[in-house]
Each structure stands twice: as C-alpha cells, then as structure tokens.
Design a protein around this ligand. Structure first.
Ligand SMILES: C[S@@+](CC[C@H](N)C(=O)[O-])C[C@H]1O[C@@H](n2cnc3c(N)ncnc32)[C@H](O)[C@@H]1O
Ligand SMILES: [Zn+2]
Length: 270
C-alpha cells in the first residue's frame, strides 16, 4: 500500500476494517469499501464536490455509453504503459476508473465528493477508492506511474509529488467545440472553450508529450437523456433559466462532443 495519513503524512497501513498510521490516526473503512481520508478541516463545505442530482444524472448518462468512444481512446493510450499503479484524480462515480484500471496492476481513485465515491466503490472491489482532495493527495511521494484527471481539477504540485520520475500524466478537458449545439441552444452567443494553459503551469516538473483530440456526435433520442446531459454540466446553473427550460422540454437532441487529451511526462532528475 502507498497511502499516507492525511493528518501527519506518515505511511498509512490499510487493513480490512481500518487504516492506521504510526501516530495512531485511524480511519474506518466504509461499508462500501472506501476510506474517507478527507480531514474535516480540508472540507470547504459540508458536502464538497458534485451534488447527488448531478452525480445521478452523470451516472445515467455515462452508463448509457455516450462517452464510450472517448473512454476507449484513453484506454488505448494507457494500455501500452502497463502501469504498476494508476491514479484517477477526481474520479467521480468511477465509470472511467473501473475500465482504465484494467490496464494497471493496481488502481487508486479518489474524489472529494463522498456521494460519488460511495457509488464508485460499488463498481469494483479491486480498486482502492478514497474520499480525498487533490490539494493534498493521501498517497506517498513518487508511487504512481500513470495519473489521470478527467474533467476534474488538477493541482500540479501534487501531481508532480505523487508521480514517479518518468511517470505519465493525462489531462482530459473539453475541446473548443465540446457540446457546441447544446451551448448554442442555451446561450445568446457561444464562444469556443478556451484551451487551458497546462503547459506553462506544468513546465517546471513535466515534459509535454503529446495532445490528442477526439470528436463525435451524440444522438439523445429521448428527453430524459437530454436532461441528464444538461444536469451533469455546469451549464445547468450557468445558462439563462428561460433558455434552459426551453431546451429541457425538447423531445430529443443531437450535439457534437469534443475532447482534448494532453499527455505529460514527469521529468527525471537532471
Ligand atoms: C466534472 S466531474 C468529473 C468526474 C469524472 N472524472 C468523470 O469525468 O466522470 C469533476 C469531479 O471533480 C471532483 N472534485 C472537485 N474538486 C475536487 C478536489 N479538490 N479534489 C478531488 N476531487 C474534486 C468533483 O466532486 C467531481 O466528481
Ligand atoms: Zn497520522
């Protein structure tokens, strides 16, 4: 095990029922199998992360398979790396972690939202599921070969700390045209998503490896699935209410999806 205590940063030994550090800090394993390693003082709200409705909508949408080609692309990139230890940061309900974990000997996945981790833990007993923050990842230094953050926040210093030298970091983010037609229906004016400038931020500890883009069209044949898509995105709250209500009433919808996958390599000591 490569866990570390979120309170004192000593190694954490995980057993069947509890995880304990040398200082005697102890964390119970939840019934679903995960450990909650998010100290109360690191929570900035009572239930941080995505809320239950958002999580339920995302689960239904992902399980319907609309993003399977994207997940398969990621899996294709991970498989040749034959990771000893894969880490999925901000894993949500684990739809990606479970599949991507098949490319690695061992997988750890965490999210700040207890609601999502509870759902994720039901997917697989082979993955170490944690409630934790990416601001203070409860893993020891240099223990991860492949790390991914899929549509989730990525504190670069923590990524650099937990990855082994030569380890791979994959960031998946919306491309310029992601959900273009949906955004056209929701906003007066639609602008291409601004590409985040990861290169600059990661440069001190990482070497840029490559960028891949994947685009395809999704056909939402019923209103329930359209509502799921709407509810799992920030547009649900951001869009003007009138426009959102009009979109929510549509019987079906078709939109393009567009993802960017950036790959970086942790520098080896020079
Ligand atoms: C858009 S969701 C993506 C979830 C999953 N990767 C997916 O694509 O299905 C973003 C996730 O990041 C999580 N999150 C937000 N802040 C976080 C933090 N500081 N540490 C860990 N997870 C965080 C949220 O709870 C949410 O599950
Ligand atoms: Zn401790």
């Amino acid at each position: 095990m490569s866990l570390r205590c979120p309170l004192c940063h000593n190694a954490l030994q995980a057993g069947e029922k509890t995880a304990v550090c040398a200082q005697g800090h102890s964390f119970d394993r939840a019934r679903e199998g995960y450990f909650n390693l998010l100290p109360v003082q690191n929570k900035n709200s009572l239930n941080p992360g995505d809320d239950a409705a958002m999580v339920a909508a995302r689960t239904s949408f992902l399980e319907a398979g609309f993003y399977t080609p994207f997940r398969d692309t990621l899996r294709g990139l991970f498989a040749p790396l034959q990771a000893t230890h894969l880490l999925d940061s901000g894993c949500g309900e684990g739809w990606y972690s479970t599949e991507l974990g098949k490319t690695a000997q061992k997988t750890t996945a965490f999210d700040i939202s207890k609601e999502t981790v509870k759902r994720a833990a039901k997917r697989s007993r082979d993955i170490t599921w944690l409630v934790a923050s990416s601001q203070d990842i409860p893993l020891q230094d240099a223990c991860v070969d492949v790390m991914t953050a899929i549509f989730s926040p990525l504190p670069t210093a923590e990524a650099a700390r937990v990855l082994k030298p030569g380890g791979h970091l994959f960031i998946a983010a919306p491309g310029e045209k992601h959900l273009w037609e949906l955004r056209e229906a929701l906003y007066e004016e639609v602008r291409p998503h601004q590409a985040e400038k990861w290169q600059e931020e990661l440069a001190p500890a990482f070497r840029f490896h490559s960028e891949a883009e994947i685009s395809f069209r999704i056909e939402l044949a019923d209103n329930a699935m359209l509502k799921n898509l709407l509810q799992m995105t920030p547009h649900y709250w951001r869009a003007p209410r009138e426009r959102r209500t009009a979109v929510e009433a549509l019987p079906a919808f078709s939109t393009q999806v567009n993802f960017r996958i950036l790959q970086f390599c942790k520098k080896t000591a020079s």
